[in-house]
Design a protein around this ligand. Structure first.
Ligand SMILES: [Zn+2]
Ligand SMILES: [Zn+2]
Length: 164
């Protein structure tokens, strides 16, 4: 990065002289991350961005340090976003487990989560039929079989879909 690269104040969006430690327009430190509740600006392109944005949507330059585990206790919306991100990542990396739990709660739902719509319908229909057949005795065996299959199959397919 050259010293002549234009930099912008995160707090007011004015250009900042290279090497300056505070903005000459508003007095905010040029490396400050938290600059109040107002709008913030990208340091590298000067566009207005969300205060919580980690990466500028206009130029792609990182604005905030990557949030790290262990920074709990600062109950800001950033942490909420981090939690949501973590949750999404967990779901993505544990599709087998998530799908199994889904089919445990509702036979066929795990298949649906795995994108197997037809199988989801078949599993659910089989489960309903098996449940009804309890009155003639067959369902006492068929229902748990369908139920366990729904969970096992959701788990196996979900595992297969996990990133590796
Ligand atoms: Zn400023
Ligand atoms: Zn930018």
């Amino acid at each position: 990065m050259s010293a002549t690269t234009e930099r912008y104040c995160r707090a007011c969006g004015e250009t900042v002289a290279p090497g300056a430690e505070v903005c000459s327009a508003c007095g905010v430190a040029t490396d400050a991350v938290e600059v109040g509740d107002g709008p913030v600006y990208c340091r590298d392109c000067g566009e207005g961005i969300r205060a919580a944005a980690e990466i500028c949507p206009h130029c792609g330059v990182r604005q905030r340090p990557r949030p790290r585990a262990g920074t709990l206790g600062d109950a800001s919306t950033d942490d909420l976003e981090t939690v949501t991100d973590d949750l999404e990542r967990f779901v993505r990396e544990n599709r087998g487990l998530v799908a199994a739990v889904a089919s445990f709660l509702f036979p066929g739902l795990g298949q649906l989560l795995n994108g197997e719509v037809v199988k989801a319908v078949v599993v659910f229909t089989a489960f309903v039929l098996a449940t009804f057949s309890v009155v003639v005795g067959v369902g006492l065996i068929a229902t748990p079989i369908v139920y366990v299959y729904a969970i096992y199959d959701a788990y196996r397919t979900g595992r297969y879909l996990e990133p590796r």
